[in-house]
Design a protein around this ligand. Structure first.
Ligand code: ZN
Length: 133
C-alpha cells in the first residue's frame, strides 16, 4: 500500500458528529459530499495529511445504516491509497484477500474497492485511487 489515505467512521448524525470532531481536532471539516450510489453523506477532516471521513447513511438500505444497526457508530474502515487499482486488486486476490465488488466510484474523486473483512482480521479495508481527469 502506498499510504494510509483516510480513516472512515460511521456516524448517525453528520451534523452533530461534525461539531464533535471539530471540537476534538480543533478545526472544522473542509467538505461534505454525497455518494448517492452508496447511500451516504460524507464529511472530511484533514489531520496532518491523513483524512478522517465521517459517513452518515442517507437511505435505510445504505451499507452504513446496516453497519450502525449491527455494530453501532464507530470505526468503519481504513483506506489505503494505491496506484493502479485494477492490478492491485488482482494482486490482493492472489494473496488470498477477497474484494467485495468491482472498482466503483467513491467520495473525494476516488475509485474504490473494499476487501472483505473476513479476510482482514475483521477490519474493513478500502483500496482507493485518484480518478484521472
Ligand atoms: Zn473511505
Amino acid at each position: 500500500m502506498e499510504k494510509l489515505e483516510h480513516i472512515g467512521i460511521a456516524v448517525k448524525n453528520l451534523k452533530e458528529s461534525n461539531a464533535l470532531f471539530a471540537k476534538l481536532l480543533g478545526k472544522p471539516h473542509y467538505k461534505i459530499e454525497e455518494v448517492a450510489s452508496e447511500g451516504v453523506r460524507t464529511s472530511f477532516f484533514d489531520v496532518g495529511g491523513i483524512k478522517i471521513e465521517l459517513l452518515e447513511a442517507i437511505r435505510a438500505d445504505s451499507p452504513i445504516a446496516k453497519f450502525i444497526e449491527k455494530r453501532g457508530e464507530g470505526l468503519h474502515h481504513l483506506a489505503f491509497g494505491v496506484v493502479g487499482l485494477e492490478d492491485r486488486v488482482k494482486e490482493e486476490i492472489e494473496k488470498g484477500f477477497r474484494p467485495l465488488s468491482e472498482p466503483k466510484d467513491g467520495a473525494d474523486n476516488k475509485r474504490i474497492v473494499f476487501l472483505h473483512p473476513k479476510t482482514t482480521n475483521n477490519v474493513l479495508v478500502e483500496l482507493c485511487e485518484d480518478k484521472h481527469p
